[in-house]
Design a protein around this ligand. Sequence first.
Ligand SMILES: Nc1ncnc2c1ncn2[C@@H]1O[C@H](COP(=O)(O)OP(=O)(O)OP(=O)(O)O)[C@@H](O)[C@H]1O
Ligand SMILES: [Mg+2]
Length: 255
Amino acid sequence: MSQPCSIEADQLVYRYPDGRLALDNVSLKIAPGERLGIIGASGAGKSTFLLHLNGVLLPNSGLVRIGGEPVVRANLQNIRSRVGIVFQNPDDQLFTPTVEEDVAFGPLNMGGTPGETRERVQVALHQMRLDGYEKRSTHDLSFGEKRRVALATVLAMRPRVIAFDEPFANLDPGMVEQLIHIIQGLEATVVLISQEILPAVAAVDTLAVFHQGHIAATGPALEIASDRALLQRCGIDFHYYAGVWEKILNRPSVT
Ligand SMILES: Nc1ncnc2c1ncn2[C@@H]1O[C@H](COP(=O)(O)OP(=O)(O)OP(=O)(O)O)[C@@H](O)[C@H]1O
Ligand SMILES: [Mg+2]
């Protein structure tokens, strides 16, 4: 099993070709094996940041290092063997006709034998509760099922760094719980973007709050999640749900 890697992002600036400034001097250090969550309003720059971790996007200035290795064009093959990204949209991840082929693609591409690959595919499909889906056409799956296949494609590669872009979206509650346990048990450095703050808090150690292309705060997950003024300032206050929870919890149990 390969060791988790550190991630260092130093003063990243990224403008999309139309001129929009999406990352405005973003610096972050993530220790090997740490699990960092990224929260922030829609459009804050979260996905743009994630796409810099394996060089899908390269910064206009600044640098990312993975385990000390710079993410630069000449080094991308090496970087991509270390960093797996689960994209926000599963259609960006899945491109072969069947579920089995999609999940096998990464391990085979990294030089895995057919036997090793089969074992990895089976484990990853089982983790994502996709046993029996092997021959299904990915095209025909529901959106939540596609998201689970996309997660399985990256889990099967067992990379040293796994970056998840909204992994809880479209998952049912049982699957959310299972995924939190899987993430907690990964021998990898984890970066996890989530608009759903509660599962993120359950899954990670630290949180970074993105706001309009920069980092507004980082700290222990519980500390950040309880700083209501910060969350309000950044447009992601979720404490409204506390009232809903109270109503549910204060009712006598039906069972
Ligand atoms: N291809 C693109 N061309 C131009 N602007 C873009 C492009 N992709 C994203 N942007 C802009 O860059 C900013 C950051 O986008 P990004 O996708 O990183 O946000 P996000 O925090 O992931 O949001 P969400 O929670 O909605 O996924 C936004 O203002 C967005 O409109
Ligand atoms: Mg996004």
